[in-house]
Design a protein around this ligand. Structure first.
Ligand code: GDP
Length: 185
């Protein structure tokens, strides 16, 4: 059973949980589509106005772990106040280091890591948070292009990357396996 727990935006109202698997990514990278593909139901709202979701959503996954949907980053049209609120919420969220078992960082398989993605990666590295890169939208690439991008854009990630299509539900099982292994540890 998958259940929505709550939407939260600060340390005052985060739920009490045990183990969290967190989904992050640039706006429009397909984070909502991927969450829905992984859990096989419409948990996250696809195609929403970028940058409009300001809450962190928590879902209980079969009493095994909590899946966390964090609003997309790298949305330039945020006002200064909104950007500060967003940064504070992220800092609050990522201060709960004991709960966060894995961050799934979704990037675009056609583009590689943008500066915003690299900032996020650095943020996670500084906190020693375990992450998996998921390169989405592989249905937009030919086999040759995908092979090229693996070698050129994603070489450094080797074992810590999974190539998927949320839309075509390709390789979603590999994400399940990865999560299950982390949760078992
Ligand atoms: P989010 O802003 O990261 O939550 O992204 P969404 O899930 O809302 O997706 C943004 C856009 O990308 C939508 O138009 C989706 O239909 C599209 N999209 C998401 N995943 C894929 C994919 O694997 N392949 C393709 N071709 N399009 C995708």
């Amino acid at each position: 059973m998958i259940n929505f727990i709550c939407s939260s935006n600060s340390l005052n109202n985060f739920p009490i949980t045990d183990r969290e698997v967190v989904f992050v990514g640039r706006s429009n990278v397909g984070k909502s589509s991927l969450i829905n593909a992984i859990y096989n139901q419409k948990l996250a709202y696809v195609g929403k106005k970028p940058g409009k979701t300001r809450m962190i959503n928590f879902f209980d996954i079969n009493n095994e772990y909590t899946a966390v949907d964090v609003p997309g980053y790298g949305y330039a049209q945020r006002s200064k106040n909104e950007a500060i609120e967003y940064a504070n919420m992220m800092d609050d969220y990522f201060s709960r280091l004991d709960k966060i078992k894995l961050v799934i960082m979704i990037v675009d398989s056609r583009i590689g890591l943008t500066n915003d993605d690299l900032d996020m990666k650095e943020y996670l590295d500084e906190r020693n948070i375990n992450y998996l890169i998921v390169a989405n939208k592989i249905d937009k690439l030919s086999n040759n292009q995908l092979t090229n991008n693996k070698h050129k854009l994603f070489k450094e990630f080797d074992d810590n990357i999974i190539y998927v299509s949320a839309e075509k539900k390709k390789n979603i099982n590999q994400i399940h396996e990865y999560i299950n292994n982390v949760i078992k540890e």
